[in-house]
Design a protein around this ligand. Structure first.
Ligand code: NAP
Length: 281
C-alpha cells in the first residue's frame, strides 16, 4: 500500500446528515476517516467501499469513556488526527417555561459537553503535532436565536463562546478552530433529530406552537444541500486562513447580516449614554 499523505478526520454523528456527507466527501478525496456513530453498524457501507481508509467505532458523545476510547483508537489506527468534527447534535423545540430541567440538561450533554469533552480528549494529540483543525457544528440558532429554540440555541451559543476563546488559546500552537453555521439543510434533522414539546399553554400556541408547524412543513424542502456543505467545509479546513464562522446557505447569510445591522443600530443608539459608565480618570 502506498503512503497516504491526506488528512485524518475524526467525525462524530456519521450515521446521517452532515456527518455522513462529510465522511463521504473526505473519503472520496482520498483522506482517512475515523467515522463514529452510536450504532456503528450503520456505517458498514463506508467500510465496504473504503476498507483501507475508513475505520468505524461506537461513540455516544455523552459517554466520556467512549470519547477517550475513540480518540485512542484514532491515534492507534492512523497515527494522528488532523481534523476533529464535532457534528453530533439534536434540537429541542419547546417554550422555555414548559421545558423540563432534564430536557435542558440532556440537550447540553450532547451539543455542548459532548463537543467539549471530545475537544479536551483530542487536544493533547493536536498540541503534540503542533497542527490540526477543530470544526464545531453550530447552527444559525447559535448566532440568531428563534422562539422555541431557547435551549437548543443556548447549547449552540455556548459552543460558539468556547470556540471564540479556544481559537486564541490554541491558534499560537498551530491549531485552527472553525464554527460551522448552517441555515436549514436537508438532513434527518427535522425528521428525527428534533425533540418537539407541543405547547401545553395556549399562550405559546402562536409562537412556539407555530414554529413547530413551520419546521414540520419545511421537512424535505430545506434549501441547503448537505453534500455541497461538506465540500465547503473541506475547503475551509484546507484554507490557510479559515474563517472563525463559516456561514452556510443564503438564508443563514441574510439572517446573520440582519442581526449585525440591528446590533450596530442598537449600539449606535445607546453608545453615548452607556459609555458614560466609566470612572472619570
Ligand atoms: P441528522 O441527519 O439528524 O444527524 C444528527 C446526527 O447526530 C446523527 O448521526 C445522530 O446519530 C447524531 N447524534 C445525536 N446524538 C448523539 C450522541 N449523543 N452521540 C453521538 N451521535 C449523536 O441531522 P444533521 O442536520 O446532520 O445534524 C448534524 C449537526 O448539524 C447537529 O449538530 C445540528 O445541530 C447541526 N445543524 C443542522 C441543521 C440542519 O438544518 N440540518 C442546521 C443547523 C445546525 P444517531 O443516528 O445515533 O441518532
Amino acid at each position: 500500500m502506498t503512503e497516504n499523505n491526506g488528512k485524518v478526520w475524526l467525525i462524530t454523528g456519521c450515521s446521517s446528515g452532515f456527518g455522513r456527507c462529510l465522511t463521504n466527501a473526505a473519503l472520496k478525496k482520498g483522506d482517512r476517516v475515523i467515522a463514529t456513530a452510536r450504532q456503528p453498524e450503520q456505517l458498514q457501507h463506508f467500510t465496504q467501499e473504503y476498507p483501507d481508509t475508513v475505520k468505524t467505532i461506537s461513540l455516544d458523545v455523552t459517554d466520556k469513556e467512549q470519547v477517550k476510547t475513540a480518540v485512542e483508537f484514532a491515534k492507534e489506527t492512523f497515527g494522528r488526527i488532523d481534523v476533529l468534527v464535532n457534528n453530533a447534535g439534536y434540537a429541542l423545540v419547546a417554550a422555555l417555561e414548559e421545558t423540563s430541567e432534564e430536557q435542558m440538561r440532556q440537550n447540553f450533554e450532547t451539543n455542548f459537553f459532548g463537543a467539549v469533552n471530545t475537544i479536551q480528549a483530542v487536544l493533547p494529540i493536536l498540541r503534540e503535532q503542533k497542527a490540526g483543525v477543530i470544526v464545531n457544528m453550530s447552527a444559525i440558532a447559535g448566532f440568531v436565536n428563534k422562539v422555541g429554540f431557547s435551549i437548543y440555541g443556548a447549547t449552540k451559543f455556548a459552543i460558539e463562546g468556547v470556540s471564540e476563546a479556544l481559537r486564541g488559546e490554541v491558534g499560537p500552537l498551530g491549531i485552527k478552530v472553525i464554527i460551522v453555521e448552517p441555515g436549514p439543510f436537508r438532513t434527518d434533522f427535522i425528521n428525527r433529530s428534533l425533540v418537539k414539546v407541543e405547547p401545553q399553554n395556549q399562550d405559546y400556541a402562536k409562537t412556539c406552537g407555530k414554529f413547530i408547524s413551520v419546521l414540520e412543513n419545511m421537512e424535505g424542502k430545506q434549501p441547503g444541500d448537505p453534500d455541497l456543505a461538506a465540500e465547503v467545509i473541506i475547503q475551509a479546513v484546507e484554507a490557510k486562513k479559515p474563517p472563525l464562522r463559516l456561514v452556510l446557505g443564503k438564508y443563514a447569510y441574510k439572517t446573520f447580516r440582519q442581526k449585525i445591522k440591528s446590533l450596530t443600530m442598537e449600539l449606535d443608539g445607546w453608545e453615548e449614554t452607556a459609555a458614560n459608565t466609566d470612572f472619570e480618570s
